[in-house]
Design a binder for this molecule. Structure first.
Ligand SMILES: NC(=O)N[C@@H](CC(=O)O)C(=O)O
Ligand SMILES: [Zn+2]
Ligand SMILES: [Zn+2]
Length: 355
């Protein structure tokens, strides 16, 4: 028997556990896009200059709130950018006052605006020890930066040479391995009993490196960690749709101006905030796992971070025809390309703009 046909899906409003909102004109353009689908977001601190102190985070939070659209609700959950000069006492104070939800570790040079990140893990050990004591999560961009390591292997090598010894040394440190891209990463998370979870992005679930490189190079799919081969994509889909609560959504929606990506040396990042939820509804439906979407997008992340679940709802509608995706977003400084999932998406957000 065929499954009952659903044309409306109402779920607890999602949280985006990994999001880039930038600043200035870009911030104004992208905050309302995220707020349409998400109640809360873990906001990445890789601005220029980075969000390093509690005061930086507080000011940034205010700028974000100033960009939330009329009638929208949105709660930014702030993070601090870990540097080799970060003071453990400052972090503990900011955590105790509720100003931050996590600290973010960027290996220096690994990704966009990571120059101020960590070169020598020993230098930040006092901060990590304090995080383990107070139970504040450490979000990690898990790639090595060694020039000798192939870009497609950088996550796997990070797990072996950095994360494995780190979690052995600090078993009480609550880690979020961000934007997981490999089957090795999926296994690594599954094998640990506690204090390790991973975010998975929409783009790593929907596409693989062939979509980026076959028939022409598509700069809007260039992101870090770089898209891997389809076997890894399949492992991520399996993890995300399995109902295992150690895997949850972090879109890593990372807007750059189109001109900065369509370039001889283009920026890394995919802007997925606008159609993240319709894409995921399609993916979970195609996998026969629509009943597991809500856990992945709206429950597992909140629980890992020790947050109450959202009470608001998000309604997704299924249309009989594929829905045209928004591929161009305007900002005061230029255009940003929306994510093209390269497959038919029948789901869309309910339009709540009319009274
Ligand atoms: N993911 C990306 O490709 N880019 C992110 C940085 C990051 O999350 O690594 C960005 O800030 O542009
Ligand atoms: Zn990253
Ligand atoms: Zn990111």
């Amino acid at each position: 028997m065929s499954k009952p046909f659903l044309d409306r899906l109402i779920i607890r409003k999602p949280d985006d556990m990994h999001l880039h909102l930038r600043d200035g004109a870009m911030l104004k353009a992208v905050v309302p896009v995220s707020a349409a689908s998400f109640s809360r977001a873990i906001v990445m601190p890789n601005l220029v200059p980075p969000v390093v102190t509690a005061v930086d985070a507080e000011r940034y939070r205010e700028r974000i709130m100033g960009a939330v659209g009329e009638g929208q609700g949105f709660e930014p959950l702030m993070t601090l950018y870990l540097t080799e000069d970060t003071d453990p006492k400052d972090v503990a104070r900011a955590a105790a006052s509720g100003q931050i939800a996590a600290v973010k570790l960027y290996p220096a040079g690994a990704t966009t605006n990571s120059q101020s990140g960590v070169r020598d893990l020993d230098k930040v050990m006092p901060v990590l020890e304090r995080l383990a004591e107070i139970g504040l999560p450490l979000c990690i961009h898990g790639e090595v930066t060694d020039k000798a390591v192939d870009i497609f292997d950088r996550e796997k090598v990070f797990l072996e040479t950095v994360l494995s010894p780190l979690v052995a040394r600090l078993p009480n440190l609550r880690v979020v391995l961000e934007h997981l891209t490999t089957s090795e990463g999926v296994s690594f998370v599954r094998e640990r009993q506690k204090n390790l979870a991973a975010t998975i992005t929409v783009h790593h679930l929907m596409i693989n490196r062939n979509h980026m490189l076959v028939g022409g190079i598509r700069p809007h799919y260039y992101c870090l960690p770089i898209l891997k081969r389809d076997t890894h994509q399949k492992a991520l889909v399996e993890a995300a749709t399995s109902g295992d609560d150690r895997f949850f959504l972090g879109t890593d929606s990372a807007p750059h101006l189109a001109t900065d990506k369509e370039s001889a040396c283009g920026c890394a990042g995919c802007f997925t905030a606008g159609n993240a939820m319709p894409c995921l509804a399609q993916l979970f439906e195609d996998e026969g796992a629509l009943d597991r979407l809500e856990g992945f997008t709206s429950e597992f992340g909140a629980r890992y971070y020790g947050l109450a679940l959202n009470n608001e709802k998000l309604t997704l509608l299924r249309s009989p025809q594929p829905v045209t995706q928004t591929l161009v977003y305007e900002t005061m400084n230029g255009q940003v390309a929306g994510f093209d999932p390269q497959r038919d998406i029948f789901w869309k957000l309910e339009d709540t703009s009319e009274a």
